[in-house]
Structures are given as structure tokens and as C-alpha cells.
Design a protein around this ligand. Structure first.
Ligand code: SAM
Length: 236
């Protein structure tokens, strides 16, 4: 329960904290992280840009894996939460306020560019992916991870949006085919496309079904809460 005098940042941090402490959160985050880290590949010594970095959970994971990480978010409260995390974990994160649609970086600045559950909030996703391709160096890799359109997780958020929840009102969820088309439209070559988290957002279901996740992922991306596409920028 949020304390009555909690600041918006504290409330935000508290809600992230509750999710990460819950069994559902721990099981789900670990599957999500495994898929992303696997598709992004080794990052030691590389520069990684995490777009829509939120409270910096993924950015910190890449930092622990030896990458030089920059996190970008449009919400300064998120960047404050990410800064706190970096201090607590004693890692270095460069944190930048900005928007995916107009990235404040020169061309070919990063070896890896990741955007996880953020493109659904961006009105002009095509422009955002164009920006991701622009700041990626030739030979580098982009990863886009999104809530799968045909998943119960997305359906619940869609209903929340219809009922007036501002976060989800304009969110757009995509299929694997739509994610592939988005990256290919910018000359990126798909290296991997996979789903994860096939159980509904209930703790019991997660406990029972998480171990079947790799089996479902072999067959389909339909029903997956997270769909991730990794794509490379040709060297010429
Ligand atoms: C659901 S959170 C995801 C956070 C993190 N990527 C993760 O997977 O835990 C979405 C984040 O995207 C940020 N965001 C939304 N629209 C954005 C935009 N146009 N440019 C940059 N960040 C944006 C929000 O502020 C929020 O921190």
C-alpha cells in the first residue's frame, strides 16, 4: 500500500519494487532477461544503449555483463530511479533524458541498441526504429522487445486502457510479423525472433508453466507476453 505522503518517485519505485519482489515478477523478469540477453549476445567491452530504460534493471544487467551502458528515458523520475539503482549496485550508467523519436546521439554511436516494452507507447514507431538504426554502428545489433499482441497480458492492458488508464490508452501491441517488418523497413537483417512468457499473469500459472516456456517458444510467438526481435545492421 502506498504511504499517504509518498512522493511520485517513491510511489513509482515502490510499485516496481512490489513487482520485482513478487513470485510472478521474479519468474517473469528472469525469463524476459534470459531471452533478451541471449538474443543480444555477448556485450563485454561493447557500448549498449537501453531505450526507455525505466528504473534501469536491464541497463544494470548489461553493465554487470561488462558493457558500457547508456540509458535513455523520457521520464526524469525513471532516470532518478535508475540513478539510485546504479549507486546501490555500484555500477556506472550514463543516463540521458530524451525520446526515441529524436535520439540525442550522433550516427553510428553504439554497438547494441535495445528497446524493451517501450515502442508500444511511441506514436511514430517507424521513426523511432529509424533512429535506432541511425545510432547503431554498421555490424551492430538492435533488439526490440514488445508485449505480444495476442497475449492475455496485452489484452488486460488494452481493457485497462478502455477503462481510462492513461498509460495504456494509446498503447499499440504488435505481432512478431509486425516487429519484423518494422526493423526490416530500416535495412536491418533479422537474426532472431522469439517469444517468451506463455502463461497468463497469475503466480500459480507462472510457477506451473514457466518451465514449459522453451517448448512453446519452439512452436509459436502467438500467446507470448514478450516477443523479441534481434536484427543486425549490415556493414555496407
Ligand atoms: C514499461 S516501461 C519499460 C522499462 C524497461 N525498458 C523495462 O523493460 O523494464 C516503459 C518506459 O519507456 C519510457 N518511454 C515511454 N515513451 C517513451 C519515449 N517516446 N521515449 C523515451 N522513453 C519513453 C517510459 O518513461 C518508461 O520508463
Amino acid at each position: 500500500m502506498r504511504p499517504p505522503d509518498a512522493s511520485p518517485l517513491e510511489a513509482l519505485a515502490a510499485s516496481y519494487g512490489r513487482w520485482r519482489r513478487s513470485r510472478l515478477g521474479r519468474i517473469t523478469d528472469s525469463l524476459e532477461e534470459r531471452l533478451i540477453v541471449d538474443l543480444v549476445g555477448p556485450v563485454e567491452g561493447l557500448s549498449v544503449l537501453d531505450l526507455g530504460c525505466g528504473d534501469g534493471a536491464l541497463a544494470s544487467r548489461f553493465a554487470h555483463l561488462g558493457a558500457r551502458v547508456t540509458g535513455l528515458d523520457a521520464d526524469s523520475r525513471m532516470l532518478t530511479a535508475a540513478r539510485r539503482r546504479a549507486e546501490m549496485e555500484q555500477i556506472k550508467l550514463a543516463l540521458v533524458l530524451g525520446r526515441l523519436e529524436a535520439l540525442p546521439f550522433p550516427d553510428a554511436s553504439f554497438d547494441r541498441v535495445v528497446a524493451v516494452t517501450v515502442l508500444c507507447f511511441v506514436r511514430d514507431a517507424d521513426r523511432a526504429v529509424g533512429e535506432m538504426a541511425r545510432v547503431l554502428r554498421p555490424g551492430g545489433r538492435v533488439l526490440v522487445g514488445e508485449l505480444g499482441r495476442f497475449s492475455l497480458w496485452a489484452a488486460i492492458r488494452r481493457i485497462r486502457g478502455w477503462l481510462g488508464a492513461t498509460t495504456w490508452k494509446f498503447a499499440r501491441f504488435r505481432t512478431a510479423g509486425e516487429l519484423r517488418a518494422l526493423v526490416e523497413a530500416h535495412g536491418l537483417v533479422v537474426h532472431g525472433l522469439r517469444g517468451s512468457i506463455y502463461y497468463p499473469p497469475w503466480e500459480r500459472a507462472a510457477s506451473l508453466l514457466a518451465r514449459c516456456d522453451p517448448w512453446f517458444a519452439r512452436w509459436t510467438t502467438v500467446g507470448a507476453a514478450l516477443i523479441a526481435v534481434a536484427a543486425d545492421k549490415p556493414t555496407r
